[in-house]
Design a protein around this ligand. Structure first.
Ligand SMILES: Cc1cc2nc3c(=O)[nH]c(=O)nc-3n(C[C@H](O)[C@H](O)[C@H](O)COP(=O)(O)OP(=O)(O)OC[C@H]3O[C@@H](n4cnc5c(N)ncnc54)[C@H](O)[C@@H]3O)c2cc1C
Ligand SMILES: NC(=O)c1ccc[n+]([C@@H]2O[C@H](COP(=O)([O-])OP(=O)(O)OC[C@H]3O[C@@H](n4cnc5c(N)ncnc54)[C@H](O)[C@@H]3O)[C@@H](O)[C@H]2O)c1
Length: 443
């Protein structure tokens, strides 16, 4: 029997969840088809579990930084306990997410979703049709096509490790490689991070990336730049990673952190004329695919935008408005992005490089390491680069390297998006001493 809905959503992650609840508020009938864990990547195998495990790095580093400044005695990460702490949060997520959808009147299917030859969505034995369809199937870890690639583990495996191996290697110096390397090191593993060129974290300010790299090395991570991995093989119970120019490294476990690929295969997109490229599903300014009844949102969309949870949520909000009859094109304000760690590296708006040889902009660089906020916990580095539009007297970009960059960057995001004049910011009375009250000295 064919079941008809106003909207059928393929995938049950961050974006799907948000859109489904929002459409129910418009009284639309909605079906969500998820083949793995409801809630998707972020709460099950992405942002949230990662940040819980990051607590190990934060606590051990903070204690290490404070030795001789009022704190004595080292602490260490107990990985199985930390993992249990993580699982207390993640284990109930999928069930609770599905229950919440059902309680809101959303019909859910725990099945692989695929467009069949008739253009309907096949979900196991169920056949679903919709006035509209939304593809929200996200991405999965990319596994480099090297000899022995089956030995690679992924970020999902890392975030679920029962025991931390003695020696681990990450291949790929992006967000995930940096974040997981810091977590593994704090948990006591010997850690290698291999990157194929000299520009890891290439979206970020090169000077501050270099400083972050130095800190990762100082924490004991072995960073290998310009190494192109060609092979992984097993030697007894260890792995041997081989690269160009005679590179060889022995390790207990190797994680491929060289990017993610969109989940567009196995969706039967050829049956419905939906075009894709290597970055994902191609969409127009309305998130509409090359089939006008089919939309796409979140990580699966082909776009240059950073693929992040708040971006996926924003796109879900956009489609909800579009489906309620608001015909605006999709547009974005600033998208802050950050690599968590000790320190974290965060960026929003225009990069500091725009101010080079350009009179329109003023670059204000500050080393905040000795400032009260950072002295308090003996933080080893705190730097900020803020780009000001001289004529408008507004902030247009910021990059922060500090343990609190995640919070500080949001303040700059608000200033940029609200086009807040520097003078107006300085009229605000902000709680003191706090990161927000420091901003006065950064602009
Ligand atoms: C390790 C890691 C750390 C991250 N950290 C951060 C962070 O700190 N901050 C941040 O903003 N972002 C972070 N991200 C990115 C963030 O998780 C994603 O941007 C976000 O989850 C995208 O949401 P989505 O709904 O588009 O896709 P997803 O959440 O991936 O959901 C897609 C869903 O579709 C399902 N699916 C796929 N194919 C099918 C099919 N054929 N049928 C049915 N279901 C299907 C999948 O199982 C999945 O549940 C991180 C990602 C990873 C991997
Ligand atoms: N804090 C956050 O917001 C956060 C954290 C994790 C992930 N994410 C999201 O997940 C996405 C995926 O993260 P990611 O780290 O997997 O991807 P990424 O694109 O950030 O990094 C992948 C890195 O691997 C490198 N690489 C590519 N081929 C390689 C090779 N052959 N050998 C060695 N290195 C190679 C790339 O140059 C790149 O630097 C991010 O783009 C981001 O959108 C966000």
């Amino acid at each position: 029997m064919v079941e008809n809905y106003d909207v059928v959503i393929l995938g049950g992650g961050v974006a799907a969840n948000s859109l489904a609840h929002s459409l129910r508020r418009q009284n639309k009938s909605v079906a969500v088809v998820e083949n793995n864990l409801f809630g998707g990547t972020c709460p099950n195998r992405g942002c949230d579990p990662k940040k819980i495990l990051l607590a190990g790095l934060e606590v051990t580093q903070t204690v290490a930084n404070m030795q001789g400044s009022g704190i004595s005695g080292a602490v260490e990460v107990n990985w199985p306990d930390l993992m249990r702490h993580k699982r207390q949060y993640t284990d109930p997520i999928s069930h609770a997410t599905r229950q919440s959808l059902n309680a809101d009147g959303v019909t859910t299917f725990h099945e692989q979703a695929q467009f069949n030859a008739a253009g309907q969505v096949q979900a196991g034995t169920h056949v679903l049709t919709g006035d509209r369809y939304v593809i929200a199937t996200g991405q999965r870890p990319r596994i480099l096509a090297v000899d022995g690639s089956d030995y690679f583990k992924t970020s999902t495996d890392f975030l679920n490790l029962d025991d931390m191996p003695k020696e681990v290697t990450f291949v790929g110096g992006g967000y995930i490689g940096f974040e997981l390397a810091g977590i593994a090191r704090a948990a006591g593993a010997k850690v290698h991070l291999i990157h194929h060129n000299r520009r890891p974290l290439k979206r970020f300010d090169p000077q501050l990336v270099q400083e972050k790299l130095e800190h990762l090395k100082a924490q004991g991570v072995d960073v290998q730049l310009d190494v192109n991995v060609t092979k992984i093989s097993k030697s007894r119970d260890r792995l041997v990673i081989t690269g160009d120019n005679g590179f060889e490294l022995s390790t207990d476990m190797a994680f491929c952190t060289a990017g993610r690929v969109p989940n567009v295969d196995k969706l039967g997109l050829e049956n419905v004329g939906v075009a894709c490229d290597a970055q994902g599903v191609r969409v127009n300014d309305y998130l509409q695919t090359t089939n006008q009844a089919i939309f796409a949102m979140g990580d699966v969309v082909s776009t240059d935008r950073p693929k992040l949870t708040p971006v996926a949520g924003y796109e879900a909000g956009y489609l909800s408005r579009l489906f309620s009859g608001v015909p605006d094109k999709l547009s974005f304000k600033s998208i802050p992005t950050l690599v968590f760690g000790q320190p974290s590296l965060a960026q929003v708006g225009l990069p500091s490089s725009v101010a080079t040889n350009n009179d329109q902009y003023l670059l204000i660089s500050n080393d905040m390491t000795k400032w009260y906020s950072y002295h308090r916990l003996n933080e080893p580095i705190a730097k900020a680069k803020v780009v000001i539009d001289r004529k408008q007297q507004t902030v247009v970009g910021a990059t922060i390297l500090s343990n609190h960059a995640d919070e500080l960057i949001n303040i700059f995001t608000l200033m940029i998006d609200q086009h807040m004049k520097l003078a107006d910011f300085n009229k605000e009375i902000l709680a003191y001493p706090s990161l927000a009250s420091d901003v006065t000295y950064l602009i």
